[in-house]
Ligand binder design. Structure first.
Ligand SMILES: Cc1ncc(C[n+]2csc(CCOP(=O)(O)OP(=O)(O)O)c2C)c(N)n1
Ligand SMILES: CC(=O)[C@@H](O)[C@H](O)COP(=O)(O)O
Ligand SMILES: [Mg+2]
Length: 638
């Protein structure tokens, strides 16, 4: 399907933001319409984060028109809304490579453009980074103004308050644009969201006098009336003003005239931190997006005329889908089971349980640190909390896992979706580190599902495991299409399983790379190297009997995991070394992700880049047993 490319005569003249600064205000408004059409067309061909990008079309145009980017530093929060920004900053001709192998990142990225002064993808970092730039300017570095654009969802994270708190006390000239579209991925939650909702209903332009007087007539009267009204009505300043910011807003984030006036006035007058509250619509200007519950937050390729997305039929249930269903089943059987998500009820699958038990599922907003310790408090009180957080986002709550959960040995269940390489979201969302940062914690039990049937058993095991914290990791996307058990069977903690018996080479897989490991075993068998395949199931506690048996009865042991160095394979090596089993010389290879970040591509291409294909595993085994593969053989069989 190919959608007709929009006609964009004004946008065709824009090769950098400098071209915007030569346009009239009227042309900038017309340009934004073209930019919106171009964004819709682009994402219809590539898929990606459409809704948030459509919500900032005018804002993007106005900021680049008023501020001198790239000397002034524009820092996007999350960065999923950066497609209009990328189109205006010289990357329009590469937009069809968005989120693809060797293509443009789906988020801002320093190495991609001087207009991306700070990379993002994990939320709530923009104010901190922007304050860093502002401080560097004040210390003499060659940088200009700093502008952070943060959404109403992202400003619910603790890190944003740390930054507001510091910026408000530092008093440096800094611009924070709050892009308030009253949406996160799901509808926003929390008291802050409620507060912003009230604030955004206040009349236009409650702002400080020194900025209001620089506004054109009608805006100024409106602002003065609103200020009188607001001050009269409320008497106190906004939360942001009480933190030391000049608050400007709420303004219509789609009205180019308001945006340009307010940004110009703020730029002309600001001597300290300014927060501009722009009210926008997620998915603005594209009906299917505006009308959909998710505002087309993340979409597949689609037909522009209808909004119909191109989604291939699944070959197997998704891990997330199996997780959601099984959690509901476990929750039906045990009223003490509760669940916690950090603004991702749909992505984690908790929405399945939420529909049935809304009082037992807690969406705490984008607040992973709080989510973990909140779950710890519930565990300390006798409940059985399942804390469902994507692997890479769980990095945000690591000290809470160590300090509040593991050290106190509290029975929090960590359900870690998007473990391993995730594809189009690239390096920022890779679930590469959770095995390493969890298996090294005392008291922690760490499991990984080899397939969707194992996930069912491991969910039952988590529900039953009440003696301390336990984590279960599983990848993004579909399972392998295996037979599914009706019920989950509680697994013996710390016990793995032999999947295929051989006697020369032992492949010990942890998690969802079992299929590739079995394929490697086939190749090795075909070469006359009888191969055992074992599924470790646990990275902690290790099945040391199994490992000892494999090492004693095979010529080589190869560990395989969808995780970084320092994870499962390292734990195996530690144990072997500590028990002297390496002294006699054992042929061992640990197959892990490489010590580098891997850019977006398909998961298969990313694992090939990582050196974790079935062929790679087989080659490691051949190398370990000393069968050198001649270049010709390698070429012939590749
Ligand atoms: C630390 C972290 N947790 C969760 C996410 C997943 N995530 C991406 S965008 C988003 C919602 C952001 O809402 P908002 O800031 O309001 O931006 P909008 O999409 O409305 O433009 C979430 C939860 C993330 N990127 N980073
Ligand atoms: C921008 C962001 O962080 C989320 O939208 C993320 O891209 C969701 O990932 P999944 O598509 O794997 O749910
Ligand atoms: Mg939002």
């Amino acid at each position: 399907m190919s959608n007709p490319r929009p006609n964009t005569p004004l946008l065709d003249k824009v090769h950098s933001p400098a071209d915007l600064r030569r346009m009239s205000d009227g042309d900038l408004a017309r340009l934004s319409d073209e930019l919106r059409a171009e964004t819709i067309w682009t994402v219809s061909e590539t898929g990606g984060h459409l809704g948030s990008s459509l919500g900032v079309v005018e804002l993007t145009t106005a900021i680049h028109a008023v501020f001198q980017t790239p000397h002034d530093k524009l820092v996007w929060d999350v960065g999923h809304q950066c497609y209009p920004h990328k189109i205006l900053t010289g990357r329009r001709d590469r937009m069809l490579t968005l989120r693809q192998k060797d293509g443009l990142s789906g988020f801002t990225k320093r190495s991609e453009s001087e207009y991306d002064p700070f990379g993002a993808a994990h939320s709530s970092t923009s104010i901190s980074a922007a304050l860093g730039f502002a401080t560097a300017r004040d210390l003499g570095e060659a940088t200009g103004d700093a502008i952070a654009v943060i959404g109403d969802g992202s400003i619910s994270a603790g890190m944003a308050y740390e930054a507001l708190n510091n910026a408000g006390s530092e008093g440096r000239r800094l611009f924070v644009v709050l892009n308030d579209n009253e949406m996160s991925i799901a509808p926003p939650v929390g008291a802050m969201s409620r507060y912003l909702s009230e604030l955004s209903k206040s009349p236009f332009g409650q702002m400080a006098d020194e900025i209001a007087k620089h506004l054109p007539g009608p805006f100024r009267e409106g602002a003065e009336r609103a200020k009188a009204l607001m001050t009269g009505a409320t008497g106190d300043a906004t939360l942001f003003e009480q933190l030391g910011f000049t608050y400007v807003g709420p303004i219509d984030g789609h009205d180019m005239g308001q945006l340009l006036s307010v940004l110009r006035a703020a730029k002309a007058q600001a001597t300290g931190p300014v927060l501009i509250h722009a009210v926008t619509v997620k998915g603005k200007g594209y009906n299917p997006a505006e009308l959909s519950d998710c505002c087309y937050h993340g979409v597949a390729k689609f037909d522009v005329a209808t909004g119909q997305q191109q989604k291939s039929a699944p070959n197997a249930p998704s891990y997330t889908g199996v997780f959601g269903k099984r959690l509901l089943a476990e929750a039906e059987a045990d009223p003490k089971i509760v669940a916690v998500t950090a603004a991702m009820p749909g992505g984690t699958g908790l929405d399945v349980m939420q529909k049935v038990y809304p009082d037992r599922v807690f969406d705490v907003g984008i607040a992973e640190q709080h989510a973990v310790t909140f779950a710890a408090g519930m565990a300390a009180s006798g409940l059985k909390p399942f804390c469902a957080v994507y692997s890479s986002f769980l990095q945000r709550g690591y000290d809470q896992i160590a300090h509040d959960v593991a050290l106190q040995n509290l029975p929090v269940r960590f359900c870690i979706d998007r473990a391993g390489l995730v594809g189009a979201d690239g390096a920022t969302h890779a679930g590469a580190f959770d095995i390493c940062f969890l298996a090294t914690l005392p008291n922690m039990t760490v499991m990984a599902a080899a397939d969707e049937a194992e996930l069912v058993h491991m969910m039952a095991t988590m529900a039953a495991h009440d003696s301390g914290p336990i984590a279960l990791r599983y990848p993004r996307g579909e399972g392998v299409g295996c037979d599914m058990p009706e019920q989950g069977e509680v697994l013996p903690i710390g016990k793995g399983r032999i999947v295929k018996q051989g006697d020369r080479v032992a492949l010990l897989s942890f998690g969802a790379h079992l299929n590739e490991t079995l394929a490697a075993a086939e190749e090795l068998d075909a070469r006359g190297l009888s191969t055992t395949v074992a599924d470790a199931r646990f990275a902690k506690p290790l099945d040391t009997d199994l490992i000892a048996q494999l090492v004693e009865t095979h010529d080589a042991l190869i560990t395989v995991e969808q995780g970084c160095e320092g994870g499962f394979g390292a734990m195996v090596l530690h144990w072997l070394a500590k028990t002297g089993r390496l002294d006699g010389g054992v042929a061992i290879r640990t197959m892990t992700l490489p010590d580098r970040f891997i850019d977006q591509a398909s998961p298969a291409d990313m694992y090939a880049d990582a050196g974790l294909t079935a062929r790679d595993i087989a080659k490691a085994a051949l190398d370990a047993v000393g069968v050198r593969i001649s270049p010709q053989t390698a070429k012939a069989t590749s």
